[in-house]
Design a protein around this ligand. Structure first.
Ligand code: GRF
Length: 194
């Protein structure tokens, strides 16, 4: 199974996924890193970890479809089977959704459907929620919607600050995401054998 990881920023989840492949938690290969931010730190990580990468400036394209068509060409060339969004701050359009039906997975730092959007951790913290968490789900045309594959809770304790909460959430993400991806891979492999 050949994976492409899409990321826009820091890339700690990307790095955790690469390690999970090395450790055998994920039975696959990270064939490509795709970023929509040419200056993102995740590109430096990819270089260090010897993962091929491509970066785009979506604004330079005449439409979202044109941008995604270009991305798709790279995915085809890398023979990608499954797309993993790990901090990809962009809504996936029809072009990619139709090319990878039920084969795009996202991670979100809250207990969806609570606190979707760009700042799931901060929103739960500011709301003084007692708990929040991490969700892995299949991507559809909505924002942080789509069938849930895995979900785990993180307590927001009295002494927590936004920083300590972020640390707890990211640590859980790095654990949960590889396991959830491996589950999907297993299912796809079963289908393939049928
Ligand atoms: C993670 O919290 C993820 O859930 C969200 O974006 C963040 C990416 O973090 N979608 P990183 O770039 O992997 O460190």
């Amino acid at each position: 199974m050949r994976l492409a990881v899409f990321a826009s920023g820091n890339g700690s989840n990307f790095e955790a996924l690469v390690h999970s492949v090395h450790e055998g938690v994920i039975d696959g290969k990270i064939a490509l890193l795709v970023s929509d931010q040419p200056d993102a730190y995740v590109l430096t990580r990819a270089k260090k970890l010897n993962v091929p990468s491509v970066a785009f400036t979506p604004k330079a394209f005449e439409s979202k479809a044109a941008y995604e068509k270009e991305v798709l060409d790279h995915l085809k060339e890398a023979k990608v089977d499954l797309i993993v969004l790990a901090g990809y701050m962009r809504i996936v359009g029809k072009t990619l959704l139709q090319a990878f039906p039920e084969r795009i997975i996202n991670i979100h730092p809250s207990l969806l459907p609570n606190y979707p959007g760009r700042q799931g951790i901060l929103d739960a913290f500011m709301d003084k929620a007692e708990q929040t968490g991490v969700t892995v789900h299949l991507v559809d045309e909505g924002v942080d919607t789509g069938p849930i594959l895995a979900q785990e809770t993180v307590a927001i304790e009295e002494h927590d600050t936004i920083d300590s909460l972020e640390r707890k959430i990211h640590a859980l993400e790095h654990e949960l995401f590889p396991k959830a991806i491996q589950k999907v891979i297993k299912e796809l492999q079963k289908e393939h054998v049928k």
